[in-house]
Design a protein around this ligand. Structure first.
Ligand code: SF4
Length: 301
């Protein structure tokens, strides 16, 4: 049965001039049928470059919205329509407006894992990879950073600017237990420990490298190590095993995103069969949020 669905997905994809984009945290079966697998920014850039008529996005809502901002001519359909992000949901544009009143001298920098209305209020967005560079580029010595407190704490530790952090977090990464990481380190003492900056701060201090998912891949490509302990969502392990079959990977702890797990082959097929008009963003919000996202793409990686 899954093979039949895969054939039908392939047929419809070609018929409709579609591309399938999958985030690195997606289930393995979805990564396997995708045209491109990557982090949210890489995928948005691919959507913009390919200008496909139809983009089926396998990930969560803010990612599909970011792809739509950078690729307004394409129809962008989120394969699992209920897939949201607990991190993006924890701060709104109104919350940022309140913080701006409290810190009028500060520029705001928001992680790309955020809603459109929050993006529309911010000076620039950032990824986990370029968060420090974007904060350094902000035209003030004070910065409001959100919605992720762990990434904000990491940024604050790596800049001389004063950072006002919104206390939000991703449920999947925040629940990680440091005892699991210590156990893995004892089992694999030779392994390099790579940790995503959304993880609790105690994970970051025990890591060899703090990297976003794209940064992990680039680091492993160049590393002479053969074993790695990976501190991020477990879907990433499948991605790394596919890319580097000669190296070994183990998860640093139980980090599972329930929303990423919502995508199924059946939903991808349904998205290809439907005439869904996809993600729609009101023009005024799209203009302001798009400016913040484009600024992010212009500063570093
Ligand atoms: S892992 Fe966390 S930040 Fe990523 S999509 Fe899931 S809830 Fe959002």
């Amino acid at each position: 049965m899954p093979n039949k669905i895969k054939e039908e997905i392939e047929r419809l994809k070609n018929e409709r001039g579609a591309i399938i984009l999958a985030h690195s945290y997606q289930p393995g079966v979805i990564q396997d049928i995708a045209d491109y697998v990557g982090d949210s920014l890489e995928l948005s850039r691919i959507a913009a470059r390919e200008s496909a008529e139809l983009v089926i996005f396998c990930g969560v809502r803010f990612m599909a919205e970011t792809a739509k901002l950078l690729s307004p001519e394409s129809t962008v359909v989120l394969a699992a329509p209920d897939a949201d992000c607990s991190l993006a949901a924890c701060m709104s544009g109104a919350d940022l407006r309140e913080m701006k009143k409290k810190y009028p001298e500060a520029t705001s920098v928001m992680y790309v894992n955020s809603t459109i209305d929050l993006k529309a209020e911010t000076w620039a967005c950032c990824t986990s990879a370029n968060s420090i560079e974007v904060v350094e580029a902000a035209p003030s010595d004070e910065v409001i950073f959100g919605p992720d407190r762990n990434l904000g704490t990491w940024v604050a530790a790596n800049t001389d600017k004063k950072i006002h952090i919104w206390p939000g977090g991703c449920h999947a990464h925040s629940g990680a237990d440091i005892r699991d990481l210590r156990e893995k380190k004892a089992e694999w003492p030779d392994a390099e420990v790579l940790v995503h900056p959304e993880s609790p701060s105690v994970f970051l201090w025990e890591a060899d490298k703090v990297l976003g998912t794209g940064g992990m891949i680039r680091h492993i490509e160049q590393s002479t190590s053969s074993r790695f302990i990976i501190g991020t969502e477990e879907g990433m392990i499948y991605r790394l095993e596919t890319l580097f079959p000669d190296k070994q990977f183990v998860a640093a702890g139980k980090i599972l995103c329930p929303d990423m797990a919502l995508t199924t082959l059946e939903l991808v097929l349904k998205a290809l069969e439907s005439n869904d008009s996809g993600i729609e963003i009101p023009a005024e919000l799209a203009e302001r949020a798009g400016a913040a996202v484009r600024r992010m793409t212009e500063i570093g990686r």
